[in-house]
Design a protein around this ligand. Structure first.
Ligand code: ZN
Length: 288
């Protein structure tokens, strides 16, 4: 990108990725990989539930043979726990997943860090547990060659999915845990989670300066959303100024994939997979 002018994604689907959640996990990853490649996208972001039921090495070969790269591997085991034993098990689960991310040669391991353990009211303690775990996982990330992408989630999820809620908070954690900017700790910026943040433009610029932007996820926030988890909109159907957001992310130096990630139980997950992919392709090229 030159001079802050946004280049269209028209004819550039190779720069775009499909997060497999967008298709509702209705068929095997083997089939999904081929669908996404045939539709012309350059990358895929698979989920652990799909990958861990396969031979990961064979899957990695299939993805490469299809001409795809892996824009991100979804996602971390939630970290905060009531007991030390459980906390350690959560960290171990993430270490195992990081090794698979290495086999897949994923551009990043997406970290959705987890909420407050059931029965606890200790938000600060949950955040401390996450920071301790990320510091430990950073060593494994370096070993396997896959950076950790902290994904702040909209604060509506603070109780049950993520105690990490703004880009500014994520960047502060990155600087505290990885002050030398090793290249193995950064952020995933998801339009759905970040669009409302009054400090977003400044946060994106700071993230770019620190070379911390590892992923960029798109969908839309529907004006009258029916479900904060499972009613994400297709790009162009909601309130997010997606071209402006991509302009900010790319002006900050990000050159990676634009990844579509839509959870939509009552709409997109009921539609034919080929139709969903073709509408994703059209919207990416016209309204993103
Ligand atoms: Zn995301």
């Amino acid at each position: 990108m030159a001079n802050g002018i946004l280049e269209s994604l028209d004819g550039k689907l190779e720069r775009c990725s499909i997060n497999t959640a967008t298709l509702g996990h209705r068929e095997s990853l083997r089939i999904t990989v081929d669908r996404i490649a045939r539709a012309g996208f350059g990358s895929i972001a698979p989920w652990r539930s799909e990958v861990e039921s396969c031979d990961v090495h064979a899957l990695s070969r299939q993805i490469k043979d299809a001409g795809l790269s892996v824009s991100g591997y979804c996602r971390s085991t939630y970290i905060p726990a009531l007991s030390l034993t459980e906390f350690k098990a959560n960290v171990e689960g993430n270490k195992k997943a990081l090794h698979d991310a290495g086999v897949l040669e994923a551009r990043c391991f997406v970290m959705v860090v987890g909420g407050i353990p059931v029965g606890s009211q200790d938000l600060a303690g949950a955040r401390t547990q996450v920071r301790d775990a990320v510091a430990e996982l950073l060593n494994v990330a370096k070993e396997v060659g896959v950076p950790l992408a902290l994904e702040p989630l909209h604060p509506v999820y603070a109780a049950n999915r993520s105690v990490l809620n703004t880009l500014g908070q994520a960047l502060q954690w990155c600087d505290d845990i990885d002050p030398d900017r090793s290249g193995y700790l950064g952020v995933a910026i998801d339009a759905y989670h970040c669009w409302w943040d009054p400090d977003l433009a400044q946060g994106i610029a700071s993230a770019g300066n620190a070379k911390r932007i590892l992923a960029y996820h798109v969908c839309d926030w529907l004006h009258d959303t029916q479900d904060f988890l499972l009613d994400r909109g297709m790009m162009g159907d909601g309130v997010i100024d997606l071209p402006e957001l991509r302009r900010l992310v790319e002006a900050a130096g990000y050159v990676g994939s634009v990844e579509v990630e839509i959870f939509s139980k009552e709409n997109w997950w009921k539609r034919d997979a080929e139709e969903v992919l073709s509408i994703c392709a059209k919207r990416l090229q016209t309204v993103c």
